[in-house]
Each structure stands twice: as structure tokens, then as C-alpha cells.
Design a protein around this ligand. Sequence first.
Ligand code: ACM
Length: 462
Amino acid sequence: MVPYPSEVTEASGELAVAGSINVVTADGAPSSAAAVNALVTALDLAQDADAAVALTLELDPSVDQGAEAYRLTIDSAVTVRAATDAGLFYGVQTLRQLFPAVASDAYALPRLVIRDSPEFGWRGSMIDVARTFLPLDYLKAHVERMALFKLNKLHLHLSDDQGWRLEIKSWPRLALVGGSTDVRGGPGGYYTQEDMRELVTFAALHQVEIIPEIDLPGHTQAALASYPELACDDVTNLGLYSGTEVGFSKLCLTKPDVIYPFVEDVLREVADIFPGRYLHIGGDEIKDPLYSEFIERADAIAARLGREIIAWEEASVANVRTTALLQLWNDGYDIQPALDRGNHLILSPCSFTYLDHGNYEAQPGVYSWCRAEGIPLERTYAFNPQSFTQAVGVEAPVWSELVEDEATADNRMWPRLAAVAEVAWSTEANRDYGRFTLRLGALRPHLDALGIQYFREPQLGW
Ligand code: ACM
């Protein structure tokens, strides 16, 4: 099992399941019902009220170790108890890992009791779909893969210099022009609002929240190429960009009458599509005397929309609401001002979690600016979020300047995302790299069944 549960008590013997099973789902718990139905279908088990074995999902408020906690008991029956649909869903994911990845005539489950709840509520994967556009179907497949490992936040980096990937109806050229290319000058692409609503609904059924990022006020060349009035009047470079430099573009912060209505329109439409609590406003890699004021005004716009902001670590210089989350990305960055203000952190230190970096030193086609030796699975696993205060959890980004297709995205994310999942879910006492590699090795058929084109990690014998 990955991530390893809080407490596993093994009993002797096995529970045999063959042919059919009596599934009882909980009313008002749609994601766990969908997950258990999908599981028994994949295992070729017929649902039969008279079957020898019952598989029961039960809402039980006494399982009170947090909103994602569950108990799984396997004795003469299989019972998942939780106070919430999310807890039941995670119990089903654990069960999914205890069954084989492919259907057979008969199964033998270990008898045991599991008590489980996550250490951190934020267990994230970030994909940069701005530099390289990836199709909606890939994002859906990724959500399903995340769910098996109890990852629960999919952060989409939806805009950057090389592309604007979200339809904004009040500023239509953003997607039509800004989305018309990508980092290699290829065809690019964008998601319609309907696409994203579909993804939000699909993800919610997998207990995954989509976190939308519109990167402001820098990383905005695609927006400037779409609407040149957003740039300062002395800017002459207003074309679409398909290179890999950073830090050269920005909204014109001395034109507040132009840019704040733009930011307000964009964030209003984003908030309308994505129902979650947070809007990620970027805020990275930009120097401007009016930077702090911009972040504060964007935070105020989010407040009027009833939302909180997330911003990259640089925004810690601004006087944002204490509800803002700051996303740490340079290992040694002095984030203390944000902690002193009372803000919480999403932990994405680049030398552990930037999965665009190599799985090994000198892997071709990867970034190495943060860690020349690459970021092997063991390094990601060694990250210790418990050494931070005021952290909501861990998130692993993949920047896509060098990630040209789905196979490459898979290679960068897997199996390292399984390490991120365990680092964010499991207790420090339950983490051990040697045992993790054995448990993850046992799940390789599950990765294969999901079609993941993972890196063949030598330490796993893959
Ligand atoms: C970042 O890597 N610029 C957040």
C-alpha cells in the first residue's frame, strides 16, 4: 500500500472472494459509490445481494480523525467506515491496492484492520499546460491515477509567456490568440470553459480539486500578444513567444485603469468555473516597484469574489490576507515574513519536488538548474514536510518547457508522485525508503493497468 496507512493491524488468514460480491454503498456519498462500483466491475465481480461476501461502505461520524479519515476492516466481510464521502473513497482506494490490478476468477484478501488519516490535507500535483498544452483526456487520466495514491489537488498552470490555455469570454483573444501556439511554436490549444467544468466534475468524483493558476503580473507575454494595451506603451515586443526565457514580460502596473479591470474580469470568470476556495494568481519571477501593490489588489479582487489566493513565494513581501497560501519553491527562500503574518505554505521545494528535473543525473531533456544531480525517487521520498511549520502540505510541479508530450509527462511524474503521496499522507514514523520501494514495487501492475508510461526506476528493479 502506498501511501502507507497510519495503523495496520494484521489478523491471520485470508478472505476469499470469487464470482460475486454484495456491495452496499452509503447514501449521499457519490464518489465512494462510484469508486467501489468501478472497482468491482474492473475485477469482474457480479453484484449480488446473496453473495457470500459483503462489501459495505458506511457513513459513521465516530471516525473523527479528520475529514479524510477511514477505517477498513477485512474479516468475514469487507467494511469501510468514515464520517465523509472522502473518507469512504480513500478506504476504497486502499482496497483497490489490496486487490490485484487485473481481474481473475478468485481473490484472497488479507484479514486486517486499517485506521488511516492523512498528515496533510494538501497532496498536490502541478502540470504546466501553458508551455505545452495537454489534452483534456490526459488530465482526466491523471486525475484517476492521482486518486489511487490519495493525491487530492491538481494545480493547472493555465497561463504563461508561451500560451494562455483557458477560454475567457470577456477577453476572447486570450485563448484564440494567446492559446494558438506553445513553447515549440506548435499548434498550442486551449480549454473551453465547458471543458474545465467537465474536468472539475470528474475530479470531484475522484476527490481531486482543480486549482486554477493564472500567472500574474509577470509571465504574461501570451496575454500581451493578445491585448497589447495590457503592456506599457514603450514595450515593442508584443509578439507570441515560443522560447524558454523567463522574467521578461509583465502587465503594465502603471496603467491601473487598464490592468485591474482585466484582472477582475479574468478572475471573475475563473471563479465562476472553479468552485474551490482558492485562486492561484502566480506572482513569480517579476521585478517591479509596484509588485506588492499588485498582489494586494489581486488579493482584494479575490476577496470580493469570495475566494482566497495562492501565490508563489515571492508574494510573501506583500501584505496579503492571512488566509493566502504561499507556495515555496526555492529550497532556501526566506519565507519567514509570510509565516510571521500567519500565512500557511504549500511546500514545493525545487530540489525535492520539481519533477521536470531528471529522474537521474544527466537524464536527457530535463531541467537541472535547481539540482544538477537530478531528483531521484529516493530524494523526493526524503523530503520531510514535518520539518516545516504552518504547512498545509506538499505539491510537485512539472514545468513543461522540455515536456513535449504525454509520455514525457508520465516519465517525469511517475513513480516520483507516489513518493510525494506518501510524504504528504503518511506519518514520519511510518516512512522508510526500503519498505516503500517494496510496497511500490508490488503496485507496478496497477501503474501498468492505468497505462502510465513511468520511468523505469533501477532502485525498484523496473
Ligand atoms: C517557478 O518555478 N517560477 C515558480
